[in-house]
Design a protein around this ligand. Structure first.
Ligand SMILES: Nc1ncnc2c1ncn2[C@@H]1O[C@H](COP(=O)(O)OP(=O)(O)OP(=O)(O)O)[C@@H](O)[C@H]1O
Ligand SMILES: [Mg+2]
Length: 264
């Protein structure tokens, strides 16, 4: 790719601006003459350091939204910006570059490779990146990521020698090793019992406290409550959002509103 024209290189980084911004996003699937409106009218800003949960009943569009956020699919309508880059009209290569740079995925099924050690599982995505990392840089990143999820001591083991919760922690380390701008997490506790689920949630909470931006899809109301911002979907639409409440609070505190209130 010609790096001088790469939109990824043109990114202007700022702490104050959203990592991800969706404006009036919709996603419609067409299959065998049936139209399914999976998402409509989605407006969402994810700021650095946010911990956002997306919840709602089965089929409401949670995974569809996460795959749009992760550039695994494109919206049918609306705009999607990631670190100020408009993703519309990007080539597949440019999308992959943005995805590799900014997004870390954690799925319900851990997707670890049984034949590889824990260390090699975490290292594998780093070897696919466009920027080449030296072996010692890879080792440093993998060791640090495994330490963040307290799994460094099991780096020589194989995935099938670990519990489900431990495997999920390794999957989180694999996402962290890429040093993403945001972790996108889809039902991280879906395959876990409550004890292992709680342990994985503790890891996510701690990562967020240390500054990792997280967007998590979950069925579980209890786990959604761990996030500092929450949106609830129904039939592809946002029916409740703590972001809207936050906006109202901010507006209520704005000088314009205060003077309006003072005038009453
Ligand atoms: N590739 C596809 N083709 C057609 N329809 C799809 C496709 N993917 C998803 N859908 C439909 O879009 C809607 C939203 O699906 P989605 O997978 O986003 O739901 P979800 O909220 O993640 O559900 P769950 O909690 O069961 O995982 C559903 O009606 C689903 O059947
Ligand atoms: Mg889903």
């Amino acid at each position: 790719m010609n790096t001088t024209t790469s939109p990824v290189k043109a990114v202007k980084k700022s702490k104050q601006e959203p990592i991800i911004s969706l404006k009036n996003v919709a996603k419609t699937y067409h299959s065998s003459n049936i139209e399914i409106k999976a998402l409509s009218d989605i407006n969402l800003d994810i700021m650095p350091g946010d911990y956002l949960s997306i919840s709602g009943p089965s089929g409401c569009g949670k995974s569809t939204l996460l795959s749009l956020l992760g550039l695994l699919d494109s919206p049918t309508n609306g705009e999607y910006f990631i670190q100020n880059v408009d993703t519309h009209n990007l080539s597949m290569d440019q999308q992959a570059e943005l995805r590799n740079l900014h997004i870390g995925f954690v799925f319900q099924s851990f997707n670890l490779i049984d034949e590889l050690s824990i260390f090699d599982n975490v290292a594998l995505p780093l070897t696919y990146r466009e920027e080449t990392l030296t072996q010692s840089e890879i080792e440093q990143r993998v060791t640090q990521a495994l330490a963040q999820v307290e799994m460094e001591h099991r780096k020589s083991h194989k995935p099938n020698q670990l519990s489900g919760g431990q495997q999920q922690r390794v999957a989180i380390a694999r996402a962290l090793a890429g040093q993403p701008s945001i972790l996108l997490v889809d039902e991280p506790t879906g395959n876990l019992d409550s004890k292992n689920g709680d342990a994985v949630m503790d890891i996510l909470n701690n990562l967020n406290k240390q500054g990792t931006t997280i967007c998590m899809v979950t069925h579980d109301v209890r786990y959604a409550g761990h996030a500092s911002k929450q949106i609830h979907l129904l039939d592809g639409k946002v029916i409740e959002s703590s972001l809207a409440q936050e906006d109202m609070m901010n507006n209520a505190n704005s000088p314009i509103n205060q003077s309006a209130q003072a005038a009453v």
